[in-house]
Design a protein around this ligand. Structure first.
Ligand code: TA6
Length: 314
């Protein structure tokens, strides 16, 4: 079974304004919608759209949880979060404009986690976890969460024997790298933070990977996304880079998470690396064509994936 864990899910309040946002001007709202926020939730939406059964779980507040759950079920996702009394689901705000050139993300800190919450979460939602399972931890906990609590969470996950997939950043990624990982998906900045040098191209990613293999010895597969510059998939036996497909971007919020859902699907279905890269790249592009924060159009993905150019690096 594939579990997605979101330690700080959200409800995204998407506000579309006319033309581009201008400071000091009265920027008129054209449209307001709500969508699922948080990253692991988006991965579950992607897996469900791809037909892969998964358990969408994590830790959230009880207040507004029903609204988040209804948004998830509108994508066919049955969630099973551990919810905390007297806490609420955080509200995030995504500002987009009709030009489609920019999106602004304004996020609340969300719920600060404790060891007791982690233990209750494992006892109530993860007690059946074992080596046959994949666990995708996507999105950081609230920045108010002490790193020791997150470290405890990672140690409990590692003890379960499940294959771990991490899409987290900064000190949380550094913490996860102490554990044995099946897959990580840093962006260029997060990868630069691991190898301690600036990265400005996909080729530089691969060069830095080869020079700093020791820093990544716990990681089996690495996908590094670089937005318009493309992405690279590094596995123990082969490495490929993939070109980005340029589409008419309406809202790129959640494109990275949608891309991760393609990676998780591909790796868990044991598809060839080339197919994994083409599928996940096409999914990220299809998401960017939508007004929402999550989801994509399967027919559009199938149309785009054949157009994804790639090159073998090793
Ligand atoms: O990646 C997209 C997204 O999950 C948005 O839906 C928004 O909720 C934001 O990112 C949350 O990011 P954070 O890093 O605060 O969990």
């Amino acid at each position: 079974m594939i579990y997605t864990i979101t330690l700080n899910p959200a409800i995204d309040n998407i506000i579309q304004i006319k033309d581009q946002l201008i400071s000091g001007k009265n920027n008129r709202i054209v449209k307001k919608t709500k969508d699922v926020g948080g990253k692991g939730t988006h991965v579950s939406i992607g897996l469900s759209l791809l037909g892969a059964s998964n358990i969408c779980t994590g830790i959230t507040g009880k207040k507004s949880y029903e609204e988040l759950s209804n948004l998830l079920s509108s994508y066919g996702v049955q969630d099973d979060f551990y919810s905390v009394q007297n806490e609420e689901v955080r509200q995030n705000y995504v500002l987009t404009d009709t030009s489609g050139h920019s999106s602004y993300m304004i996020t609340e800190y969300g719920l600060s986690l404790t060891v007791e919450m982690i233990d209750s979460f494992f006892e109530s939602k993860l007690k059946n976890l074992d080596a046959r399972d994949y666990v995708v931890v996507s999105g950081n906990p609230s920045l108010k969460t002490p790193i020791e609590v997150f470290s405890y969470f990672v140690q409990r996950l590692e003890k379960s024997g499940a294959k771990l997939i991490a899409d987290v950043s900064g000190k949380y990624l550094k913490e996860f790298l102490k554990a044995k990982l099946f897959l990580i998906k840093p962006n260029e900045y997060e990868f630069a933070g691991i190898v301690g040098r600036n990265i400005s191209s996909i080729d530089e990613c691969y060069k830095a990977f080869k020079e700093h293999k020791a820093l990544l010895e716990n990681v089996e597969n690495i996908a590094i996304s670089m937005g318009d510059k493309g992405n690279i998939l590094i596995s123990p036996s082969e490495t490929f880079k993939f070109k980005t497909i340029h589409v008419n971007t309406i809202n790129d919020t959640g494109s990275g998470d949608a891309y991760v859902s393609g990676l998780v699907y591909g790796f868990t279905e044991k598809l060839p690396i080339i197919e994994i890269g083409q599928l996940s790249t096409a999914i990220g592009a299809s998401k960017a064509e939508m007004e929402t924060s999550s989801g994509f159009v399967i027919d559009r993905v199938n149309q785009l994936k054949e157009k994804v150019d790639y090159e073998r690096m090793s």
